[in-house]
Design a protein around this ligand. Structure first.
Ligand SMILES: NC(=O)c1ccc[n+]([C@@H]2O[C@H](COP(=O)([O-])OP(=O)(O)OC[C@H]3O[C@@H](n4cnc5c(N)ncnc54)[C@H](O)[C@@H]3O)[C@@H](O)[C@H]2O)c1
Length: 340
């Protein structure tokens, strides 16, 4: 099969995760590296042994020189709309870093641009490709705990970034919760209908703005999703994938966000608290799947080659972004809002 010709835009911190994944593949050829700071692109070309690659600061010019099939967008959220629409207008498929866009109007512009171009625009939601997350999803799909009624999740990390995040408004919801909310949609296979959220900055916080939040979402199929999170919580940190309790009509499952699952289903039909038994959540840590960035890139490339649609395609991923912006709107306005 013909190698996919790709330009990577945005040669900052996260680009290393992309180079690492691409280097493992023989069906991708990096033909261009772009960064507003051209030295960053040249540096990455040298670091990753890509002497023949075209580098530059202007995406359009590098596209016209190299005629790529796809663009990988690793720029900052505010630049996603311009990078993606330029790439789509030049007939390229796009896989871009989360979040899909910095604002909902920009997100809608990008979704419309992908439709008009007839190209795939998909988003890097790397957590969907982790073996433990997929194991939980398979367990829920098995129907063991019955129909899901309620999902709780806790995300608590004392994260001292020391960069732009320390000064960013709605830092937890805008920069992190997209991962957690997308995980929730992935587990439930449902979308959010309403959001009621509250944000605050705890006393002693090293952030300028609210770094803690709670949010309650009413989801389709009458499921309630309760989120509690903070990037300003010292001690007893959860995993970055959060700690979860999912309640079904016939039982519950918990997952610590790492490698520990527990599940129980009811067996008795009478009594104040019904008889129950432990059930196993099948999970193979050594299954050897492509995880994280490598998994998402793999699905994208296979879909481009086969004319299929990846699961993180913008038309679906925008439904996770809607949750983020609805939570911000709710917290700001102090009222329940529709997720639309
Ligand atoms: N998926 C994940 O787990 C994960 C983790 C960290 C960051 N991210 C996301 O990755 C993206 C980049 O984050 P980062 O930490 O690498 O940031 P960064 O600041 O380290 O790098 C961004 C780079 O993009 C370049 N850039 C900005 N605008 C540009 C434009 N219009 N054209 C070309 N280059 C441009 C900058 O010069 C910089 O080199 C963000 O959207 C962030 O949310 C995702």
């Amino acid at each position: 099969m013909k190698k996919l010709r790709v330009i990577l835009v945005g040669c900052g911190a996260i680009s290393n995760a992309w180079f690492g994944a691409v280097k493992q593949r023989n069906d991708v050829e990096l033909v261009g590296l772009v960064d507003l700071n051209r030295e960053a692109a040249d540096k990455r070309a040298a670091e990753h042994g890509l002497p023949g690659v075209q580098t530059g600061a202007d995406l359009k010019a590098v596209i016209e020189k190299t005629r790529p099939d796809a663009v990988f967008d690793c720029t900052l959220p505010a630049a996603h709309v311009s990078v993606t629409t330029v790439a789509l207008r030049h007939g390229c498929h796009v896989l871009g870093e989360k979040p899909l866009a910095d604002t909902m109007p920009n997100a809608r512009t990008m979704v419309a641009a992908a439709k008009k171009a007839g190209r795939i625009y998909a988003v890097m939601q790397n957590r969907r490709y982790m073996a433990n997350i997929q194991a939980l999803r398979r367990f829920l799909d098995s129907g063991e705990i019955g129909r899901i009624t309620t999902v709780h999740c806790d995300f608590f990390i004392g994260a001292h970034f020391g960069g732009f995040r320390d000064h960013m408004k709605h830092v937890l919801l805008l920069d992190m919760a997209i991962h957690t909310f997308d995980q929730a949609r992935y587990f439930m296979q449902e979308d959010a209908v309403t959001a009621l959220a509250h944000e605050w900055n705890p006393p002693g916080s090293w952030y300028d703005h609210d770094a803690s939040a709670v949010a309650v979402f009413e989801m389709t199929n009458k499921i309630v999703f309760c989120y509690r999170g903070s990037w300003c919580a010292e001690g007893l940190n959860t995993a970055w994938e959060a700690a979860w309790r999912i309640i079904g009509e016939n039982g519950s499952v918990t997952w610590d966000g790492a490698h520990t699952f527990q599940a129980q289903v009811v067996t008795g039909r009478a009594g104040f608290v019904r008889e129950r038994k432990d059930v196993e959540v099948p999970y193979d840590r050594t299954a050897g799947i492509l995880e994280g960035h490598a998994g998402c890139i793999d699905e994208f490339i296979r879909c481009v080659q086969a004319g299929k649609i990846p699961q993180t395609v913008c038309t679906d991923n925008i439904k996770s972004l809607v949750m983020v912006h609805a939570a911000v709107e709710s917290a700001t306005g102090g009222r329940k809002v529709k997720c639309k």
